[in-house]
Design a protein around this ligand. Structure first.
Ligand code: F6P
Length: 357
């Protein structure tokens, strides 16, 4: 008999509840264990008494499709450098470790992106916690897994937005700029851009020249296509190679993000009428896609099986249509950007999509 905990950490995404459901069902139905859901990531273990909810099969019965996470989450407050209300930064890692032991947990499953997994692993190593990781992030930038929970839904949402923009762009002969999330990686932009039939896709991994983009728009106009859809990943830099975050730090370009910057530059250089849509957090919410539900279910079951085999310090991953596990240390060693030689980059080029280079 085991007593396990599960927490969701970092930014939410679609599919988190599906993974909570899968872990709960497998642990109870297959192994007859107890499952505790830890509230608000590590903050739940920091609280006294620890903030948890015991999960039952009934409780998770209807959460499969639900967006967000019933456990809550946070991406603030690294426990190793925790910002206190008085401005002091202190190490609160021992409180979290103590919380795990107070609950009498035999193992902990952490659902997070690379940042959260790195922190949770460090806590586990320091405090003798048996830890298993599950990758989730709309950015799809966790290494050694082809897919992370939440990515597929985000791509679906961005694709639907591009689909809708196609018609209004064509009706008004406009250049529509769609800014998508992805943190430092262009996976959402590349996937949704191809799926939605974007004409131009800008990702941080492929440096662009504005001239190439304007020429492409002009060429389309000459060929009778007087509108274009440009998908821009949030981490794309200005022409001078500056990130928008850095420019804002210095009080420049305060209006809008990179999408607005690109729109302004395109209209100035090409004379085209532009409009900007920033999809923002819509990409994280809503009903999860069937693929995310399947992935979350497979990952949840595999994580519980790892605990049954007492194989700790591993992360479940999706490779070649199989769930396998890899040492967490290997998965967090590197973040997974879009490889400029990636198959989908080749696909985009083959379709004649402009990547700006
Ligand atoms: O990592 C997920 C993500 O949604 C990124 O795509 C985005 O850059 C960031 O989180 C937004 O964070 P926040 O919710 O703190 O605004």
């Amino acid at each position: 008999h085991k007593r396990i905990g599960i927490l969701t950490s970092g930014g939410d995404c679609a599919g988190l509840n599906a993974v909570i459901r899968a872990v709960t069902r497998c642990a109870i139905n297959v192994y007859d264990w107890e499952v505790f859901g830890i509230c608000k990531a590590t903050l739940g273990l920091m609280s006294r008494p620890p903030q948890v909810m015991q999960l039952t099969v009934n409780q998770v019965d209807s959460i499969l499709t639900m967006g967000g996470t019933i456990l809550g989450t946070t991406n603030k407050g690294n426990p190793f450098a925790y910002p206190m209300a008085n401005g002091e930064i202190i190490d609160r890692s021992e409180e979290i470790i103590e919380g795990y032991h107070l609950l009498g947990l035999d193992a902990l499953i952490g659902v997070g992106g690379d940042g959260s997994l790195a922190i949770l692993r460090k806590l586990a190593q320091q405090g003798g916690m048996n830890f298993v990781g599950i990758p989730k992030t709309i950015d799809n930038d966790v290494d050694l897994t082809e897919r992370s929970i939440g990515f597929d839904t985000a791509v679906n949402i961005a694709t639907e937005a591009i689909d809708r923009l196609q018609f209004t762009a064509a009706s008004h002969s406009r250049v529509m700029i769609v800014e998508v999330m992805g943190r430092d990686a262009g996976h959402i932009a590349l996937n949704a851009g191809i799926a939605g039939g974007a004409h131009i896709i800008m990702i941080p991994e492929i440096p662009y020249r504005l001239e190439n983009i304007c020429n492409y728009i002009k060429k389309r106009q000459e060929q009778g296509q007087d509108y274009s859809i440009v998908v821009v990943s949030e981490a794309v830099c200005t022409e001078a190679g500056e990130t928008i975050a850095r420019m804002q730090q210095f009080g420049q370009c305060l209006l809008g993000g990179i999408g607005q910057y690109i729109a302004d530059r395109i209209s100035k250089e090409s004379g085209a009428e532009t409009r900007v849509t920033v999809l923002g957090h819509t990409q994280r919410g809503g009903i999860s896609s069937p693929l995310d539900r399947i992935l979350a279910s497979a990952f949840g079951v595999a994580a519980v099986d790892l605990i049954a085999h007492e194989k700790y310090d591993y992360m479940v991953t999706w490779q070649n249509r199989q769930v396998i596990s890899v040492p967490i240390l290997d998965a967090i060693a590197r973040y997974r950007a879009v490889d400029p030689q990636d198959t989908l980059v080749k696909t985009a080029r083959g379709l004649g999509i402009c990547l700006g280079d």
